[in-house]
Design a protein around this ligand. Structure first.
Ligand SMILES: Nc1ncnc2c1ncn2[C@@H]1O[C@H](COP(=O)(O)OP(=O)(O)O)[C@@H](O)[C@H]1O
Ligand SMILES: [Mg+2]
Length: 233
């Protein structure tokens, strides 16, 4: 049997209603992402990147269309099944890092394992191993406010992968970083994709990062305007 795509989106439509106006954030998006892929979702501000990543991550539901995750149609999953899938099979990275300020780097990374019921000793060992993997073996006990922006995003990436998800969804993860740090974070995500075969979906409007990605999906006004593979032109 062939492995089903990790994400199989068909005709995704998402509308936001604001009083009298309706914003069509996604107007029929088809996207198939296979196991092991890394891709960038590009497009100008307002083109629907965040909306698409939220739908792929089951953080929000489409108004039309379907999403199949690793062979299971999300329409057949109830809220609890979706939550369990999200926690155990997906990882998220956000522009604003979303780390808990009172917790150390290590404790932040332990959170997904804690939610999965992993015991204290194994949590600590796995969190430390992943922090070392992202280059932060010297920062286990630091709180977010004691870390640089790039280091905070590395902690967030460690938290997103510590439970070995099928896919990491990163929404403008470099939006608050300088260009050199942004490149390092993108390279780290691509290295993790290679070493762990985790699917990585990164949204960005940074041309330098878009050019580095092996696959580029460009959104324009809620539709896919281009979907290209191989070296950027
Ligand atoms: N919660 C929301 N309520 C109303 N409109 C929204 C909301 N989220 C996004 N939008 C609108 O949907 C469109 C797509 O937004 P978004 O997915 O955030 O794009 P991007 O991430 O590419 O900037 C934009 O027109 C935006 O203003
Ligand atoms: Mg966005």
């Amino acid at each position: 049997m062939t492995t089903p795509p990790v994400f199989d989106a068909r005709g995704l439509v998402k509308r936001y209603i604001l009083g009298e106006t309706t914003v069509e954030a996604l107007r029929g998006v088809d996207l198939e992402v296979s196991a092991g892929e890394v891709l960038v979702v590009a497009g100008p501000s307002g083109s629907g990147k965040s909306t698409l990543l939220h739908l792929l991550g089951t953080l929000d539901e489409p108004d039309a269309g379907s999403l199949t995750l690793a062979g299971t149609a999300t329409a057949t999953m109830n809220e609890r099944a979706r939550t369990l899938f999200r926690r155990s099979r997906l990882g998220f990275v956000f522009q604003t890092f979303n780390l808990l300020p009172v917790l150390s780097a290590e404790e932040n990374v332990e959170l997904p394992l804690w939610l999965a019921g992993v015991g204290a000793r194994e949590r600590r060992e796995r969190a430390r191993a992943v922090l070392a993997e992202v280059g932060l073996e010297h920062r286990f006990g630091h709180r977010p406010d004691q870390l640089s922006g790039g280091e905070r995003q590395r902690v967030a990436i460690a938290r997103a992968i510590v439970h070995r998800p099928l896919a990491v969804l990163a929404d403008e993860p470099t939006g608050n970083l300088d260009s050199e740090t942004a490149t390092e974070v993108m390279d780290l995500l691509m290295a993790l994709n290679r070493s762990r075969e985790t699917v990585v979906v990164v949204s960005t409007h940074d041309p330098a990062l878009i050019a580095r990605a092996p696959r580029r999906v460009v959104l324009r006004d809620g539709r896919i305007a281009a979907d290209t593979r191989g070296a950027a032109a």
